[in-house]
Design a protein around this ligand. Structure first.
Ligand SMILES: NC(=O)c1ccc[n+]([C@@H]2O[C@H](COP(=O)([O-])OP(=O)(O)OC[C@H]3O[C@@H](n4cnc5c(N)ncnc54)[C@H](OP(=O)(O)O)[C@@H]3O)[C@@H](O)[C@H]2O)c1
Length: 248
């Protein structure tokens, strides 16, 4: 592990309490980054989510902010946490998400709309909030966790795919707008990853979609780290990551 110094780069990660976001956060901390981590339920923290303005500071290099991203004040509060705690913001991982995927007869419309508010509205708010800051500071890199369903769709998963397509459309437009700047956008498009995302599904997608094996969250963190290590003039707008046997 590298100790995070006062010149260490700063990253904000949403969805950092589990799965892909937690693996990215763990990797960044190991690599010596200073981090602001968001998610409603950090292990060891009890009680209801704290309000957006009350981050928990864990030593000099980790700030936990357990605000709900569905609260429209949260994106600005996360940016403020980073800038007030560390004075800069180099990387943002727009990663929090849920999934609601079911046939017409059983789909829960309220859960579907909440999924879309998180995946689309909250993500768009966060992306534009941090980009306004990055435009002023002149640098930054925003990673967006989209999905293999960011460029295609699947029966029963139209709303989930639509949310990811929306992120991809925004990312491509922003890539064009920012192409002559030092601000970058990368959409990560994972196939099936073993996380809590599908924990309420009666049949696991591995069986449902006949996918031989799934990726680990650490596989995604490794791929992200590879993108972060590339030369400055190279842009990687999209990266699809699939396990062997992921046909659909
Ligand atoms: N797993 C896969 O196969 C897969 C494949 C492609 C893309 N993805 C995408 O990857 C991203 C991460 O998912 P994952 O697989 O790592 O699932 P996960 O383990 O369930 O993690 C989801 C994260 O989102 C956070 N979150 C959910 N609702 C929130 C809210 N209202 N406010 C703040 N945070 C909230 C959760 O934290 P709390 O519950 O603590 O708030 C958790 O940290 C998602 O956008 C998902 O669409 C996943």
């Amino acid at each position: 592990m590298t100790a995070a110094g006062t010149d260490a780069k700063v990253a904000l990660v949403t969805g950092a309490t589990s799965g892909i976001g937690k693996a990215i956060a763990d990797r960044l901390i190991r690599e010596g980054f200073r981090v602001v981590l968001n998610g409603r339920s950090f292990a060891g923290q009890s009680g209801s989510p704290t309000i957006a303005e009350s981050p928990t500071i864990l030593g000099p290099s980790i700030v936990l902010n357990s605000a709900d991203l569905l609260d429209e004040r949260t994106p600005q509060a996360l940016l403020d946490s980073a800038v007030e705690s560390f004075g800069r913001l180099d990387y943002v991982f727009v990663n929090a998400g849920t999934i609601e995927s079911a046939p017409i007869e059983t789909i829960d419309i309220e859960k579907m709309c909440t999924m879309l508010r998180l995946k689309v509205e909250s993500s768009f708010r966060l992306i534009y909030t941090v980009l306004k800051h990055m435009k002023k500071q002149g640098y930054g890199h925003v990673f967006i966790t989209s999905s293999v369903l960011g460029t295609k769709t699947r029966e029963n998963s139209g709303a989930y795919a639509a949310g990811n397509h929306a992120l991809e459309a925004l990312a491509e437009s922003l890539r064009m707008e920012l192409s002559d700047t030092d601000i970058q956008i990368t959409c990560i498009e994972p196939g099936l990853v073993s996380t809590n995302l599908h924990r309420d599904w009666p049949v696991h997608p591995k069986e449902l979609l006949n996918i031989g094996s799934s990726l680990t969250p650490e596989d995604i963190a490794d791929a992200v780290w590879d993108v972060m290590l590339k030369k400055d003039y190279i842009r990687i707008p999209r990266l699809m990551i699939l396990p062997r046997g992921h046909r659909v």
